[in-house]
Design a protein around this ligand. Structure first.
Ligand SMILES: [Zn+2]
Length: 248
């Protein structure tokens, strides 16, 4: 099995600051996403799974239709595996209803007139995202105990909650710690593990906005330096081929 923990908006500088060793693994760094005009979630994950820059294709859909974009498995590297499990990934197996509701609450927050109203919406927004996070985590923990040869879990809470709470260092640290503990559990299984974010996050007052690089880490040997998000397709397929050799 090869495992990918896909963490939306995991910020390199915060992983460094909190020094979470299971997120950093044996080798880690920033990804280079400078080929993209903006750090857009849907564009970046779609480019990751196909190994191709999908920006023009997705931007042509317009802002509203962008989130419904879905790539056929045959156009992704997941199809090279016999029994892959890809959980909640934007552009592939995304829970569209859940993420639509989160975006609606985000919009309502910025449109709310009073501070009281904003606080109420923020609470609902955070709770909703945490509930979804728990659900995905359960699904992921089940999958890594199963018969799959590839498992990817996509975790959005750090991005979703970060947008409204990036200035809340206690809350952000709690979310990073939760992912570090999940990474620890996965790492003890002994499989090759890639931890990847699409982009990071920077502070805009108390809010968070996407930063112009992502994060990556692995628990195996690789010559990758300053990789692009489209480089991970071949990295994973190379690891897959190596593993196949071991069993022959
Ligand atoms: Zn994102």
């Amino acid at each position: 099995m090869i495992v990918v923990i896909a963490i939306d908006a995991l910020e390199y500088n915060l992983v460094e600051k909190f020094n979470y060793k299971n997120l950093k693994q044996e080798k880690y760094g920033k990804t280079d996403i400078s080929e993209f005009s903006q750090p857009r979630t849907m564009v970046l994950w779609s480019s990751f799974m196909t190994g191709e820059n999908k920006e023009n294709e997705i931007l042509a859909l317009g802002d509203k239709k962008m989130w419904n974009y879905q790539i056929d498995i045959k156009d992704t590297f997941f199809s090279k595996f016999k029994n892959p499990k890809v959980i909640d990934l934007p552009g592939f197996s995304y829970d569209l209803d859940e993420h639509k509701k989160e975006r609606e609450l985000l919009k309502a927050f910025f449109e709310a007139k009073t501070q009281e109203e904003k606080e109420k919406i923020k609470k609902e927004y955070n709770q909703r995202s945490l509930e979804h996070h728990k659900k995905i985590k359960n699904e992921f923990e089940k999958a890594i105990k199963g018969e799959h040869d590839f498992v990817l879990g996509y975790f959005s809470a750090i991005d979703v909650i970060g947008h409204l709470n990036f200035g809340n260092k206690i809350l952000m640290k709690m979310l990073y710690k939760d992912m570090d503990e999940l990474a620890k559990k996965v790492r003890t299984l002994g499989y090759p593990v890639l931890i990847l974010s699409d982009h990071g996050m920077k502070a805009i007052g108390n809010f968070g906005d996407h930063s112009e690089y992502g994060f990556w880490s692995v628990n195996f040997e690789t010559n990758l330096k300053n990789p692009k998000i489209t480089d991970f397709k071949n990295l994973i397929l190379d690891v897959m081929k190596e593993k196949d050799k071991e069993f022959k």
